[in-house]
Design a protein around this ligand. Structure first.
Ligand SMILES: C[S@@+](CC[C@H](N)C(=O)[O-])C[C@H]1O[C@@H](n2cnc3c(N)ncnc32)[C@H](O)[C@@H]1O
Length: 320
């Protein structure tokens, strides 16, 4: 019969402290502790290549099957090359392991089966798709922010627009369709044919519009420059305009230059806003639409989009 363990009991079983078990459950513990736990409770790992038993080795196989070098995998996961090496060797910590898993095998899950110790009898001791999803920057663009882009920027109607990180709410697609554009969509976490890593798209697209995962913004911009024929529009935080590295790598690249930035006058609360609503909640995340055009010449220009009319008004209760 399935037995439910406390964290302390589970720790004793695997020679770990209760704290170490709690850390593993919070996805912050050490990979070696996770492996120690794995010897004592059955952990089912799905979504990774089967050619090896250990998680690190299976991640290595996933990396090789995607033809990614250690450096390329590290860049995408935004961790150090050495950290990838450590993880593949079964060392390091679970945080970076989750980042690596989220780019190499987004569908991967690790769960303690049948003998978990939480109330439902199943403890998620590894990474779950939910956590991976949050790590993939799943923040939805409010619809008025997309409408503002289409009000200010000319988008060629002769070709379908690619939205390569469409998310679940599919707001950019909805607004484009609402305005009569054709759209092609995909996402790392998409379903069926739409499940595609942006970095695996190699065919040319005339126009790309997306709100990319912010932590991968540089890689997304560099890859878009390879596959976009005409123009791409990315929603990005305005503070990304600073930074010497970004300046030389991205903003000042004359090959496919930044043509203009449409500055949104109000910050956006991506988490608290109902993305389908006509108004969005304000917050101190100040963004703009960054427009890259292959044919643009000269320095980028700044424009302002007045997003104030679309901010949710808070009804104030009169003070008596
Ligand atoms: C900030 S959300 C934006 C979603 C949608 N574009 C919107 O504006 O509402 C970023 C999206 O990027 C997806 N994503 C993360 N990494 C990706 C990758 N390598 N290729 C394609 N999509 C990716 C995530 O699954 C998530 O849906």
């Amino acid at each position: 019969m399935a037995r439910k363990f406390t964290q302390t009991e589970l720790g004793k079983l695997a020679g770990l402290s209760r704290q170490a078990v709690a850390e593993i459950e919070g996805n912050t513990g050490r990979v070696s502790n996770f492996l120690a736990l794995e010897k004592h409770i059955p952990i089912s790992v799905t979504g990774l290549p089967m050619g090896a038993r250990r998680i690190g080795e299976r991640l290595r196989l996933a990396r090789i099957s995607k033809s990614l070098s250690l450096r390329a995998a590290a860049e995408r996961a935004e961790i150090a090359v050495n950290t990838v090496r450590e993880i593949e060797a079964g060392r390091g910590t679970l945080g970076p392991l989750h980042r690596l898993a989220s780019v190499l095998a987004p569908a991967a899950r690790a769960r303690a089966v049948s003998e978990g110790h939480n109330r439902r009898g199943i403890a998620v001791v590894g990474w779950s798709s939910e956590r991976v999803r949050r790590r993939a920057d799943h923040y939805v663009t409010p619809a008025p922010i997309v409408r503002l882009l289409l009000d200010h920027e000319v988008i060629d109607r002769a070709h379908p627009v690619l939205e390569p990180a469409v998310g679940e709410a599919r707001i950019i697609e909805r607004v484009l369709l609402e305005r009569g554009y054709q759209v092609v969509c995909s996402d790392l976490h998409g379903r069926g044919d739409e499940c595609r890593d942006f970095f695996d798209i190699h065919q040319q697209h005339h126009t790309v519009i997306t709100n990319p995962p912010f932590r991968l913004h540089q890689e997304f911009i560099k890859h878009a420059k390879r596959i976009v024929a005409n123009k791409f529009c990315f929603l990005l935080p305005l503070n990304y305009l600073v930074g010497a590295q970004r300046h030389s790598d991205i903003w000042s690249d004359p090959g496919f230059p930044l043509a203009r930035v449409h500055v949104l006058t109000r910050g956006i609360d991506f988490v608290g806003t109902d993305p389908f609503a006509d108004r969005f909640k304000p917050a101190q995340i100040y963004c703009g639409w960054f427009i890259f055009e292959r044919q643009h010449r000269g320095p980028p220009t700044l424009h302002w989009m007045d997003s104030n009319p679309y901010v949710e008004r808070i009804a104030r209760t009169p003070v008596r």
